[in-house]
Design a protein around this ligand. Structure first.
Ligand SMILES: [Zn+2]
Length: 70
């Protein structure tokens, strides 16, 4: 029923965001694809379609990268 829904999660270690399918997120720990940390889903930053979540992640992550550079 939630097959087409994605969530946006944030890594506890590197603070980067990741789009993950809701089914995966609810059933188990998710793994950050940037630093590789496996962690429970503590907070959902955004909830929506796959395309929506992907654009959300790229906006949030580019904002973080800009902050780091400064
Ligand atoms: Zn990470």
């Amino acid at each position: 029923m939630y097959r087409n829904q994605n969530v946006v999660l944030r890594c506890n270690r590197c603070t980067m965001h990741k789009s993950e399918s809701l089914e995966v997120s609810l059933s188990a720990r998710w793994t950050c694809n940037i630093c590789g940390l496996a962690q429970p889903m503590l907070r959902i930053y955004h909830y929506g379609t796959v395309a929506e979540c992907h654009s959300y992640v790229s906006i949030l992550n580019s904002r973080i990268r800009n902050t780091m550079r400064g």
